[in-house]
Design a protein around this ligand. Sequence first.
Ligand code: ADP
Length: 448
Amino acid sequence: MKNLKSLLEIHSDDPDNKRRGQLLNILLLGLAALSLLVLLVTIIADLSTLETNVGPLYMGSFIMLGSTILIFAVNHYRSAQTASILFLALFTIILVLSDEPAQIVNGRSTFLFTVPIIMASFILSPWASFLMAGVSSLLIASLDIFVLDSTPGVPTMLGFFAVALVSWLASRSLEATLQELRVLNRDLELRVEERTRELEEANQQLEEANAHLRELDRLKSLFVAMVSHELRTPLTSIQGFTQMLLVSIYGALTNEQQSAVERVLANTKRLIKIVNDLLDKTRIEAGQLALHPTSFSPVELIDDVHTSMKMLAKQRGLELTSEVAPELAATLYGDQGRLHQILVNLVNNGLKFTDKGQVNIRAYRFDGAHWAMEVRDTGIGIPVKSQESIFEAFRQVDASVTRRRKGVGLGLSISRQLIELMGGRIIVASEINEGSKFTAIIPFTAPH
Ligand code: ADP
C-alpha cells in the first residue's frame, strides 16, 4: 500500500500540478491494468487457438503498455502537463482505432469521445476540455469528410462542447474549493505555530519563575536554619541562668523576683521550642533530617511522656492517663527521641485545647504490621473542614483561639512529616465540643 502510494506520488511545488499528476498516475495505472488484461486474454485465446488472428491484439496491448510506461516516466521525471497531453492523445488514438469510422462518427462509440474531454479538464486544466472538444470535433469531421464522404454532423460537435462546458465549470469550482481549503489550511498552520510559540514562551517563563522560587525557597531555609541556630545558643544560656537564679545560686529571691524569673523561664522555654520546631521543619524540608532508630521499650516511652506532661495537666486542672496494651511487644525498634517529640506534641495539644475532662495516652498493636500511639482528649474538637489543613505548616483552626492558647502551628506539621519519614501516617477523628483523637500509626521495623 505504501509502495503504491509512493509510486503514485508526484514531486511538485505547485499543489494543482501535483494533484493533476497524481490523478494522471491513477489513470495510467488503470490503463496499464487494462493492457495487461488484454494481453492475458490474447495469450489465452492464442494458446487455446480460439482466435487465429491474435497478432494485432498482441501488438495493440504491447503498444498500450509501452506507451503507458513512457507517459508514466514523463509524468514522473519531466512535466505532468506534457504527460497529460500525451495521455489524452494516446486515449483519443485508442478510441479512433477501436471501432469502425461509421460507429465513431454517429454510432455506439461517439459518446466515448466525451471521456477525454472530461479528463482534460481534470488532468490538464479546466479550459482544456474545450480544446479536447475541438480536437474530437475535428476528428469526427475529418472522418465524415475524408473517410465516410458525408457532411459533418453539427449536433455531435455541439454535444461535445456542451460536455466541455459542464466539465469546465465542475473542474473550475473544484479547483476554487481546493484553493480555499489550502488558504484555510495555511491560516490554521500559522495559528498553530503562533500558539505553539506562545506556549513555549509561557513555559520558559514558568520554568524561570520556578527556578527563582526554588532558589528563594533554598535561601529561606538557609536563613531560617541560620537564625534558629544563632537564637538557640543565647536562649539556652538564658534558660540556664534563670534556672540557677530559681535554685538561689546567686542568693535568695523575693517572692516577686521568684515569680518574675519563673515567667522568664517559661517564656524562654517556649521560645526554645519554637526555634527547635523551625529548625526541624527546615531540616525535614531540606531532606537533612535523619532518624536514629534504636531498640526501646514502649512502656518507658509512654511513662516518660506521662511524667513530663503531668505537671502541665495538673496546672490546667485536667486528668492525664496513659496505658500500654499488654499485647504490644515489650521492645520496639525506632527513633525514640522523635517518637517522644511527636507524642509530647499531641499531648500538649490535647491539654492546650481541653478546658475540662481528661487526656488519655495509649499505645497498642494496630494490625499485623503496625503499632499506634493514640492521644484522646475531651476538648473543643476540630471542625471537619479543618481536619486536613491543621497538618499544614502554620495552619490553625482559628487564629484567635490559638493565640489565646499559644502556638505557631508547626507541631502537627512536623509530627506528620516525622511519622511519614518513619513510613507511617497520622489520622484524626474529632467532634466539636466532644473532643479529638489523634492516632500515629507506625510500622514495626526490625533492626538492620
Ligand atoms: P499549634 O498547636 O502550635 O497551633 P499544631 O500544628 O500543633 O500547632 O496544631 C495546629 C492547629 O490544630 C491548632 O492551632 C489547633 O487549631 C488545632 N488542633 C491541634 N490539636 C488539637 C486538639 N487536640 N484539639 C483541638 N484542636 C487542635
